[in-house]
Design a protein around this ligand. Structure first.
Ligand code: SIN
Ligand code: FE2
Length: 200
């Protein structure tokens, strides 16, 4: 499948075939058994609508103390290793990048969304972020390096991968809504988004 470029966002439709998606879900279940999903709150104390965990050397955390990366899950256990097929994908799509140090796992139910934001808690913004979508479709909005201005949107489907490098690395982006029951990958529905990041 050929990649599609919107601004500097590089979209790979159907990068993971259905079998590979099912394998990923199985591996993520193991990860979440070790480091369970939590419902984060923003630094102001507002609950986020997604539930989160991570794999890798670092996990991304949001709570009353702020946004940051931590070596341990809030329960005190280390984050599980990043599943091998995700490391292979990273090597395939961004071979010049440093190795990913975090795979943030976001789980969306039918009503969850993600407000427009930049990913900027990482030390080296020359390194890309690579995002994997699994389960129900999501309306992904792509903006600019500053808040506001014209945006473009695309429905991300299960198995799609987005590389955010170059200008897209600093661009605002978010998820407006989920399309419930648009995938049968997850038995109870919902969506998983994975973002692989270089943290240090
Ligand atoms: C994010 O930007 O953190 C999530 C993007 C997505 O869910 O596709
Ligand atoms: Fe993001």
């Amino acid at each position: 499948m050929t990649a599609l470029r919107i601004r500097d966002f590089e979209i790979h439709p159907g990068y993971f075939a259905p079998d590979a998606q099912a394998q990923l879900v199985a591996d993520l279940r193991d990860c979440l058994g070790q480091a369970p999903l939590v419902q984060p709150v923003t630094p102001r104390g507002t609950p986020m609508s997604v539930r989160m965990s991570s794999a890798g050397a670092y996990g991304w955390i949001s709570d009353r103390k702020g946004y940051r990366y931590e070596r341990l899950h809030p329960s005190g256990v280390p984050w599980p290793p990043i599943p091998a097929e995700l490391l292979a994908m990273w090597q395939d799509l961004v071979p010049d990048a440093r190795a990913p140090e975090c795979c943030l796992i976001n789980w969306y139910d039918a009503t969850a969304k993600m407000g427009m934001h930049q990913d900027r808690d990482e030390a080296d913004l020359s390194q890309p972020v690579v995002s994997v979508s699994l389960g129900d479709e999501a309306l992904f909005r792509m903006g600019n390096a500053t808040r506001g201005g014209k945006t473009e949107s695309v429905w991300l489907k299960s198995g799609d991968v987005v590389v955010m490098g170059g200008e897209a690395r600093r661009a605002y982006h978010g998820i407006d809504r989920i399309r419930p029951n648009s995938s049968t990958l997850l038995p109870k529905g919902g969506r998983i988004n994975l973002t692989l990041r270089v943290v240090t």
